[in-house]
Design a binder for this molecule. Sequence first.
Ligand SMILES: C[S@@+](CC[C@H](N)C(=O)[O-])C[C@H]1O[C@@H](n2cnc3c(N)ncnc32)[C@H](O)[C@@H]1O
Length: 258
Amino acid sequence: MTNTTDATTSHPPRLTRLTFHGPLSETRANALVQRLTRTNPRTVLDIGCGWGELMLRILTAAPEATGVGIDIKAEDLARGRRDAEARGLTQRAEFVEESAVGTSRGPADLVLCVGASQALSSARPPEYTTEALRALRRLVTDDGRVLLGEGFWQRTPTPAELSGMWPGASATDHHDLATLLDLAVDAGFRPEWTETASLDEWEEFESAYQADVEVWLAQHPGHPLAAETRDRLDRHRAQWMSYRGVLGLAYLTLAPAR
Ligand SMILES: C[S@@+](CC[C@H](N)C(=O)[O-])C[C@H]1O[C@@H](n2cnc3c(N)ncnc32)[C@H](O)[C@@H]1O
């Protein structure tokens, strides 16, 4: 990861202040690791794993388990491999660069899909959630567990809020929480545990997401990449201010129904 900020040829740092690539506190992560290892999983599959922090913590807590994380982002996978090595998990954690759409991997005892359901479907939102849930049912063993981290609307966004979010944002991009749970049940699961990211978790995530680049920009106003970096940061901040308190992230621990 490029972290040098002095040379004019250097690039802004990237995601160095994030532990997880999503709104997830240490407290919730610890609780998830405990709950998801109750069933003694032997195989873990992490869909859209990024650097796989949660998978690595699960493998540490479940010493007989092996894990495979798949993602299309080489840089994040490389961070995952470095983290695995630092924790003595190289023999049990594999990070593979491949798309999860139509994956032939699995079934696994524990399938993680956190903030990455778009990785299981080429459908448009919100249909990809339904397709992802069906795929997750196929990917998990009958006595296994799925952790789905999925976006939902905490309330219906106003047209003004939508126009400030991502390009083309629409009220149909997400479901509400009740509908999301219904879809999980329809796909063949029972919800073992339902929880949602708090505003504190969102604020920590969104701040940590940009913090290293914001500091870099403050210190490098004349850098050749400063203008495009400022545009990107300002655009993202405006989007975040539009979805703050409106977009939620649900963590659903799902048990396959027989
Ligand atoms: C919000 S990040 C979440 C990363 C990780 N699950 C976590 O919670 O830290 C979403 C991830 O999905 C990955 N992704 C997007 N499309 C994908 C695809 N078709 N196959 C595999 N991964 C994909 C992205 O590269 C990104 O790392």
